[in-house]
Design a protein around this ligand. Structure first.
Ligand SMILES: [Zn+2]
Length: 266
């Protein structure tokens, strides 16, 4: 099995270990998450399978951070019909276009591979001539979206969704994944930036499509939302940069449907 989710491979091994110890005590991370919190996560439209504690809130779907602030907000209850098609975004998007979004890196010894990958990811977006332009400003932090190098085995990278018309401000990137190929790293960063500006997983309705197992990540008509982007095809798309899982050799530049979706939103 060479597929792994945005949750680090190491976590896969940990999950396996945990399942061998069924009926014994839950891990510390699991104990901290109350039923009330799980209910609020479900209310926002996310699956409650494998919810974990994250420095900035809770980690769902392998790489999406839900902050306390987001959990405490009242979900927008408007119902949106989801057509039989493929690209999905959240209700909240980045406003005030055209707009430049600055990107930075921070952390101890940010490797060149990471700063190159951030710039590659920015170039992938900028090549589409969107209403948002990404600009890398260096590795001392301070960007609208800061890529923070973290020592974690919990995930490869993580990010959240926009709020108040602004992008989610942080992408955490695990230092264990800084010596992968340039294409892999640019794909991971373009994917996390995709969450920061409001893209959900392309196969959120069936993670098994890219992950090999797993079900629907969450409801589509309330909470954070999973709104169909018109003109994108039905069913998951084999090459989309917003698929929930990837392998160590994955490189997913934007495909035709990705470009259509980006162009529609921005
Ligand atoms: Zn993701």
């Amino acid at each position: 099995m060479n597929r792994f989710s945005w949750t680090a491979m190491v976590f896969g091994a940990m999950a396996l270990l945990a399942s061998c110890q069924k009926d014994e005590a839950l891990s510390a991370g699991e104990q901290e998450i109350t039923q009330e919190t799980l209910a609020r996560i479900a209310d926002l439209g996310f699956g409650t399978d494998k919810v974990e504690r994250h420095d900035d809130g809770y980690l769902v779907e392998g790489d999406i951070v839900l902050t306390e602030q987001m959990l405490n907000s009242s979900p927008d209850r408007k119902t949106l019909r989801i057509a039989e098609v493929e690209q999905y975004h959240t209700f909240n998007l980045v406003n005030g276009l055209p707009r430049t979004i600055t990107l930075s890196a921070s952390g101890r010894k940010v490797p060149e591979s990471l700063t190159n990958a951030i710039q590659d990811a920015a170039a992938r977006y900028n090549d589409e001539n969107l209403g948002i332009t990404f600009q890398y400003i260096g590795n001392k932090g301070g960007g609208d979206i800061n890529v923070k190098l973290t020592k974690t085995r919990q995930y490869i990278a993580s990010a959240g969704f926009p709020s108040g018309g602004d992008p989610y401000p942080t992408v955490n990137y695990s230092s264990g994944y800084t010596s992968y190929s340039a294409g892999f790293m640019a794909t991971v960063l373009a994917h996390e930036i995709g969450h920061c500006i409001g893209f959900r997983h392309t196969d959120y309705m069936n993670r098994a499509y890219s992950c090999g197992s797993g079900g629907n990540e969450g409801q589509a008509t309330s909470g954070v939302g999973a709104v169909l982007i018109p003109g994108t095809p039905s069913g998951p798309d084999a090459g989309s940069w917003m698929l929930a899982c990837l392998s160590a050799s994955t490189n997913r530049p934007f495909n035709t449907n990705d470009k259509k979706a980006l162009d529609y939103l921005y």
